[in-house]
Design a binder for this molecule. Sequence first.
Ligand code: FES
Length: 356
Amino acid sequence: MSRNTFHDLKISNIRPLTKQSVCISFDVSEDLKPAFQFTPGQYLTLRANIDGEDIRRSYSICSSSNHGALEVGVKHVPDGLFSSHAMKLITGATLSVMPPQGCFTAELGGKNHYLLVAAGSGITPCLSIATSVLEAESESQITLIYGNRSSSSMMFKAELNALKDRYTERLQVFHVLSREQQDIELTNGRIEGDKVSAFFEAGLITKQTIDAAYICGPEEMIKEVSSALTGLGMPASNIHFELFTTAKSGKKPTKAFESPIEDTTEVSITLDGTTQIFGLDHENETVLAAAQRAGLDLPFSCEGGMCCTCRCKIVSGGAKMDVNYSLQDWEIEAGYTLACQTRPTGKSLTLDFDDA
Ligand code: FES
């Protein structure tokens, strides 16, 4: 079964988390269960036709990977087309859902101390990682630094409290609030590099015990926290991050063409075992934009270089990306690229989505 195919899944439950966020649970039929197995930290791409427009958005799975439940957390974004739509969904409704994807993952089965740093809705993949790890790895520990404006805007507050009660010895949670005064000064304000370093300096986290860090939130926070952790001696390869934002990249590469393109790059794409070739105006188009113009249904979601739904491998030819917020260095070295950000640098480019 193709990992790029959308499937209609029934919503088995939808419950409010805060005034501005909900948790959506899906029913997965027996025949689709293998396709929807996931690794903690992965996300789902949801699709809906909203006012005649095909809208796709990626949301991280928040449930544990150990029990088969499939749930995502959705936070309402002002003027957000999909999140506004999601706030009106009801139990029994159906959504089009792509099987789980993403590399912001924790492979279970070891004995580790994981540092999770999340801001706002960045908690969703971190909750899945925390729950899955604590359940599956009896000797592993989790330290979570979770930033919010206030306790009322905190997603999954009850779930985190329940997890804390269940795993008192192996889970420690620090809530950092920017608009609600707390007794301990360190936990007031926003999550920044200096603040994370201060947790270590205060002895609340011991750097020698941390094996891996997972950071999910806005770009600035990711940069600062990553840099603070590398400054403390953590190898960059042990720091994983996922950018959490809904804005598309500022660059608007797509241009509509009504006549045949003269100056083109020949792009060959293999997807689900089928290879198709089309022309791309390398002055004006990304691979995704040109493929859509040519009528190909490539997998995509954010169109901003953040989700990596459009990840594919360069088989031959040169290419560069406008922006990249999701591929790690090793993936780029291995030849992976994001179709929504890729512009060829030569006269031909061959990409493989089946080797992604
Ligand atoms: S569609 Fe999200 S990175 Fe390309």
